[in-house]
Structures are given as C-alpha cells and as structure tokens.
Ligand binder design. Structure first.
Ligand SMILES: Nc1ncnc2c1ncn2[C@@H]1O[C@H](COP(=O)(O)OP(=O)(O)OP(=O)(O)O)[C@@H](O)[C@H]1O
Ligand SMILES: [Mg+2]
Length: 272
C-alpha cells in the first residue's frame, strides 16, 4: 500500500522528493553500438525544492527525467521517487511530467488535452472539465479552451502542456525545457506564474533548461551535468530571495556559471 508522502508536512525539506543513487543508463544505437548516456548519477532533491538540471545537448537530461518518471529503468543504481523505489510500486498519479515535446493529442481540444491527465483516476467528468478550465486560466489560455492544437501557436501549446502537467496537483513536477518555446515576455510571466503556484502548493519541481539565467531565477539548486555520459559535475545552491529577475547578485551568479563552464555554447548545441 502506498503511503501519503511526506506523511508529516513538517518533514517537507528534510526528506527527498527524488533520490538518484549511482544511476547509470546506456542505449544500443541502431548500428549496434553501445552509447553510455548517464554514468553514476547521484543527487538528492529535497521535498518542496525547485531543482534545475543544466547540461549540454545529449548529456542525458531527458533520460534522467524519464527515469524519474518511471518511463525507463536504470541499468544500475536506484531512483527513489517520493520515498518509493522505481523498481517497485510508485503512485505515479502524484508525479506530473511536462515533456520536451508538447505531446498534445491533435483530435482533442485544449481543455480535453488538459483533462486527459485526470482520466486515470475516479474523478467525475464534470469535475475534470472544471479543473481543466481552471488550469487553462492559470496559464492565460481561458479563451482557447475549445481550440484544437493546430489552432494554437507553439508557445500556446507549451502552456497547454504546462496546464496538463499541473492539473493533477502533483507532489513532484518534472519539466523538460518547459519554457524554451516561449518568447521572452511570456517566459518571464510563466516564471512568475510557476513561482506563484509553487508558493501555494509547495510541490517539488525538477526542470531541465539550457538557460543559465532561468536556472538562477527559479531554482534552489542547480545540478550541472557533464557532457555525455552525464554525471553530476557540480551542484550550486541558490539562496537569493525572490524576485531575482533584476537582482544583480543573481545575474552575477548566472554570468559566473556561464563563464565557468562555457555554457554560452549550450544553446547553440541545442539548436544544431
Ligand atoms: N531510446 C533511445 N534509444 C537510443 N538512444 C537514445 C534513446 N534515448 C536517448 N538516446 C540517446 O541518448 C543520448 C541522450 O539523450 P537525451 O534525450 O537524454 O539528451 P538531452 O540531454 O535531453 O539532450 P537535449 O538537450 O538535446 O534535449 C542522445 O545521444 C540520444 O541519442
Ligand atoms: Mg532533452
């Protein structure tokens, strides 16, 4: 039987929402070659924290999130999610995942793409619809609830995907480059929105980004992966108060991180 987690809210921050212990993963490429993607990855994400994962394209960030979401199994090591080992039973209803591609179903309107995330449970359809509309309003898309994905812009589709990952009120939210398709202004407002939702719900968030500034603005901790095979090259704690957008100390840290590891290249890698 799966216990509520953390069972005592006072434990939040002291227990780990995600714990990777010696996690390694390889894939066999179409030609038969073995590609080592993650090598001995170790980190803890305390409950209620926001963790950013930074790394070059191909360093295994999506693979890491897929392991945390239980979609793939590690070859070695353990991934413990909300106190449950992914080798056994985990209550995946408590985990939200915003994929790197939006994965919207083209034949469903925006609100039923959002309510899809609630269909596995016993929630009545009317309540699912109500929550879906609330979720879309949260990301500024109330007027587009009836639109099909092809009638939305790329940024709007990202916001529908964000609403879908939030609608189940997850204890752990995994996000793979959630804001990379948004224009700068929308991205700023989504950052504020995410921080507002996080302050309300105190869920744990792990998000992948190529944008060092975004990591510094949002995260309590930044985990930097090495180039493939990815392992935790460096972890940086960020304790500046919010809002950080115009804070000179936050921007100084972002510049320092960018310089220290040549992260300026990462975006170009990602685009190539
Ligand atoms: N199912 C798979 N089968 C074979 N190879 C895979 C599979 N999934 C990922 N890979 C390979 O593993 C490596 C890491 O992929 P991953 O998607 O985790 O990288 P990433 O860090 O998320 O990159 P990006 O920043 O471009 O999204 C890549 O070289 C990719 O080709
Ligand atoms: Mg990726």
């Amino acid at each position: 039987m799966i216990q509520p987690w953390p069972s005592d809210p006072a434990e939040a921050g002291r227990v780990s929402a995600v714990s990777f212990r010696g996690v390694s993963k390889h894939f066999i490429q179409p030609g038969g070659t073995r590609l080592e993607v993650l090598h001995d990855v170790n980190f803890e994400a305390p409950a209620g924290d926001i963790i950013a994962i930074l790394g070059r394209s191909g360093s295994g960030k999506t693979t890491l999130l897929n392991i945390a979401a239980g979609l793939i199994k590690p070859d070695a090591g353990r991934a413990i999610i909300l106190g449950q080992d992914t080798g056994g039973a985990v209550d995946w209803n408590r985990v939200g995942y915003m994929f790197q591609d939006d994965r919207l179903l083209p034949w469903r309107i925006a609100s039923s793409n959002v309510s899809l995330a609630l269909e596995a449970g016993a929630m009545p359809a009317i309540e699912r619809r109500r929550r879906a509309r609330e979720g879309l309003a949260l990301v500024g898309l109330a007027e587009f609830a009836e639109s099909y994905p092809h009638q939305l812009s790329g940024g709007m589709r990202s916001r529908v995907a964000l609403a879908r990952s939030l609608v189940g009120e997850p204890d752990l939210l995994l996000m793979d480059e959630p804001f990379s398709r948004l224009d700068a202004q929308t991205r700023d407002s989504m950052h504020s929105e995410l921080l507002r939702i996080h302050a309300l719900r105190r869920m744990s968030i792990i998000f992948v980004t190529h944008d060092v500034e975004e990591a510094v603005i949002l995260a309590n901790s930044i985990i930097m992966l090495s180039a493939r095979p990815g392992w935790v090259h460096r972890r940086v704690e960020v304790s500046f108060p919010q809002p950080r957008r115009r804070s000179s100390e936050a921007m100084t840290l972002a510049a320092e991180l960018r310089n220290s590891i040549g992260v300026a290249d990462w975006k170009e890698d990602a685009l190539s």
